[in-house]
Write a protein that binds this ligand. Structure first.
Ligand SMILES: NC(=O)c1ccc[n+]([C@@H]2O[C@H](COP(=O)([O-])OP(=O)(O)OC[C@H]3O[C@@H](n4cnc5c(N)ncnc54)[C@H](OP(=O)(O)O)[C@@H]3O)[C@@H](O)[C@H]2O)c1
Length: 342
């Protein structure tokens, strides 16, 4: 059967204010699929990965180093689906593929844009929808976490943070402390992910907790939040501590207040803090480094894939993106777009 009618999530207007929820500028719209060209496939999408940065790409301009979404066009993001029509010899019908043209029921892809998902490595193909490449790059290449480090991770119950905290542990950190919002997320970090401690930034005093948990100072800070959490981390940093700056959730979400921490330069100088912001380009080397370690650590039971699967189609993905930014979910947020074939 040739499918020519489908639907996609389309940007209706740019966001102009961080307080505006993504759902206010998105809608599900019908789209016509072009006929397949040579070496192209039609993919029916099954899982859509939601990430915080998509909200930034709904503004006309963004500092994130990828093009912003355009009004009247489908937005995009990483998804997993099944090939349902094929003009590519290497991607027969039925192949499960990972690609970045998601937020649609169907995607027409060049074969080079569709990456077959290996069978049997993980419990399900959705395990590839993680932000481990960035987490691994930050923890290993930027912060060089090693045996004995005292590591603090902000946004530790989120998509990137939950992987970063576990990678730090797998690299031999002596202590891994996570910061998250709410008692339930903190319980999850300690009991399910095996962190040594978790601090609830919504109800606890960061300075008091860090005084007790890291009396000699943290040696590594993996920061996805910025704002006052960055300032607190600097006050509790050991001499020569390495800061890997990954994100500014405190400035990307809600009213956007708090994305710009004050840098106490004197403290940074005296303690020779190495502050390294980074932006992961997903180079082949970075992707390969993470894929190799992820498969092995997962098989050895040293790492899990914290994720939440929300059931529903594209309309549900739109409201789930609001929920992601509001902190409703934990781990990596995935929306199931279609059910399993019977
Ligand atoms: N540098 C890079 O290469 C790179 C790559 C990927 C992503 N990033 C960045 O990394 C960050 C995390 O991305 P993600 O997709 O994994 O998002 P995420 O952590 O899953 O984002 C959602 C979480 O943000 C937290 N949050 C919301 N408002 C907050 C606030 N004011 N202060 C502190 N936490 C807040 C909430 O957790 P709580 O309930 O715990 O508050 C919520 O669950 C983003 O800034 C993203 O842009 C950077």
């Amino acid at each position: 059967m040739t499918i020519r009618e489908s639907s996609a999530v389309v940007l209706r207007a740019h966001r102009t204010d961080l307080a505006q929820p993504p759902s206010s500028v998105l809608e599900v719209a019908p789209v016509r699929l072009p006929p397949l060209g040579a070496n192209q496939v039609l993919v029916e999408n099954v899982f859509q990965h939601l990430i915080a940065a998509s909200g930034d790409l709904m503004f006309e301009r963004s500092q994130i180093p990828v093009p912003t979404f355009r009004i009247g066009e489908p937005i995009s993001g990483t998804a997993i689906g099944r090939v349902v029509e094929s003009r590519a010899a290497d991607l027969p019908i039925g192949t499960t593929v990972l690609h970045t043209a998601g937020w649609r029921e169907h995607s027409v892809l060049d074969a080079a844009e569709a990456f077959p998902v290996p069978d049997g490595l993980f419990p399900g193909p959705e395990y590839l929808l993680n932000q481990g490449v960035s987490a691994y790059h930050g923890i290993v290449d930027i912060a060089a976490v090693d045996d004995g480090d005292i590591v603090l991770v902000s946004g530790a119950a989120g998509g990137v943070g939950s992987m970063a905290a576990q990678i730090a542990r797998a690299r031999g950190a002596a202590t891994v402390i996570g910061i998250a919002g709410g008692a339930e997320k903190c319980r999850f970090l300690v009991e399910d992910l095996g962190l040594d401690a978790a601090i609830d930034y919504k109800s606890e005093d960061l300075d008091e907790r860090l005084d007790r948990l890291a009396p000699n100072g943290i040696t590594v800070f993996f920061d996805t939040v910025g704002g006052t959490q960055f300032e607190a981390a600097l006050r509790h940093a050991a001499f020569g501590a390495r800061f890997a700056l990954c994100g500014t959730l405190a400035g990307q979400i809600g009213g956007g207040q708090g994305g710009h921490p004050r840098l106490d330069i004197m403290t940074a100088i005296v303690n020779e803090i190495q502050i390294r912001p980074f932006s992961t380009r997903h180079t082949p080397d970075q992707v390969r480094a993470w894929s190799t370690h992820y498969a092995r650590w997962h098989a050895e039971g040293r790492i899990t894939f914290p994720h939440t699967i929300v059931e529903g189609g594209l309309a549900r993905a739109i409201t789930a993106q609001d929920e992601l930014l509001a902190g409703v979910h934990r781990g990596n947020l995935i929306v199931r777009l279609t059910g399993p074939r019977t």
